[in-house]
Design a protein around this ligand. Sequence first.
Ligand SMILES: [Zn+2]
Length: 125
Amino acid sequence: MDYLSADSHLLRDIVSKIYLNYIRRVARCCDFEVCGVVYNHNIKFLKNISNDPAFTYLTDPRDYFSIYNQITCAFHSHLASDLDLSGLDTQNIEETELSQLIYSVEGDRFLFYNYKLQKKFIFSL
Ligand SMILES: [Zn+2]
């Protein structure tokens, strides 16, 4: 696993710091996993339709299918769990073929999984 600074160009090319701060602020206000997509220099929060949203997330593909080709990564938060991909996260990545950004509320850190590189990066703001 590689550690990045939030100003690293590797990251900045993918998700701007403004969006990272925004995801962080929203996630810290919620008692469930927030989720969404970063696309075309924009951000879209999606409804978490999981039956157990404090511990997992699930999105309706119809909510992002029209912008799928513009998505640079999907994101979601973890409340108390460790900052790593869960089994469900790995399954989601394989099904959607999207890179994944995870924010851990407890650890106040991000994990970025780059789908193309098949590599994980950890960083904080
Ligand atoms: Zn997760």
